[in-house]
Every structure is written in C-alpha cells, then in structure tokens.
Design a binder for this molecule. Structure first.
Ligand code: AMP
Length: 173
C-alpha cells in the first residue's frame, strides 16, 4: 500500500481531549494491516539492525516495536513518570495539552549507542525534545526521529534543530 493511502486512514477528532485540540486518531490506520506495515516499513528504512528503536509512550510504542522487529533490533520504551520499574533518568516538558515527564531506564541505552526515536505526532516538540535529552544523557546518539505526522503550525521542529526528522505527513493548518 502507498504511504499516502495509509495516511489517509488517519482521522481527525475535533475538540479531543479538550476544546480546540484536533486529535489525530491513528487507530483506523493500525486496524488496516497493509497500512500499518506500509508505515513501519518506511520507518525501518531510516535505521538498521545496529540501531536501537525507542518508542515514546504510548502511541510511539506501537510503531516502534514493529519497526524494531522488522530491523531485528532492540526496542526501548520511553515512558511517562512512574511507569518503569527499575532506576530511571527523567526529563520534564510542556506539551500541546498539559505538562508531563518522560523517563528512561538508566541502563536501557549504552554509551555510544545509535537510537531511532519514534512517535505518532510531532506537535510543539516538547515530548520529542525530552526524549532526545534522555538519550543524550546516556551519551548515546539520536540518529533520527520518525513521526507519522507533524503539526507544522506548532513549530515543533524548532526544538529539534540538530535532529534529523523523518515525518511522513505535514499538517500545515
Ligand atoms: P508535543 O510535545 O506538543 O510535540 O506533543 C506530542 C505528543 O503528544 C505525542 O506523543 C502525541 O502522541 C501527542 N499529541 C500532541 N498533539 C496531538 C494531536 N493533535 N493528536 C494526537 N496526538 C497528539
């Protein structure tokens, strides 16, 4: 399936989770096997088996674990505060709707490792920037950020100036 046909399955839910937010609902895409694999195969071209694939909770996990499997490489979860059982490092950030903290297991990413970060939506960039910080705190390298969509009007790219962003769709307004 073509990437654009897969992306066309994403639906916009107005005023969710609060008024003014146009939520990008990826669940119809995930429910379509050919669409899901088209997206994850595309992300897999941005890395190889020497690269860890890190997913950002929660929707990033869905794509990142599939990509890691295709590459036969490892998957690392970057989670919201309090969810990881072992010692963590953490980074706080503001997002389009609220504030949050991301955490990474202290031993999940070795110094010098190469990491492909994956999430569904790049909005203000706070979430992805916090994830980048966590990887860099481990003295590892973010080789790219794969996102299904970028909400360009929220200027998230400005917070990620040194990061190679692989965005499959730009939403400009
Ligand atoms: P931000 O930190 O502002 O770039 O927000 C990105 C994070 O929030 C991602 O993990 C997305 O899953 C989620 N997110 C932000 N805005 C939206 C949106 N309009 N639709 C779906 N998810 C969103």
């Amino acid at each position: 399936m073509k990437i654009d046909d897969a992306l066309s399955l994403i639906r916009e839910i107005p005023d969710y989770p609060k008024p003014g937010i146009r939520f990008q609902d990826i669940t119809p895409l995930l429910a379509h096997g050919e669409a899901f694999i088209a997206i994850t195969e595309k992300f897999a071209t941005f890395a190889d088996s020497s690269t860890l694939v890190a997913g950002i909770e929660a929707r990033g996990f869905i794509f990142a674990s599939a990509v890691a499997n295709q590459l036969r490489s490892g998957f690392v979860p970057i989670r919201k505060a309090g969810k990881l059982p072992h010692l963590t490092i953490s980074e706080s950030y503001g997002l389009e709707y609220g504030d949050d903290t991301l955490e990474l297991h202290i031993d999940a990413v070795a110094p010098g490792a190469k990491v492909l970060l994956i999430d569904d939506v790049l909005a203000t960039g706070g979430t992805a920037a916090a994830a980048v910080s966590l990887v860099e705190m481990c003295s590892a390298e973010v080789v790219g950020l794969g996102v299904v969509m970028t909400l360009e009007f929220l200027s998230g790219r400005e917070k990620l100036q040194n990061i190679q962003i692989h965005s499959l769709r730009s939403i400009t307004s």
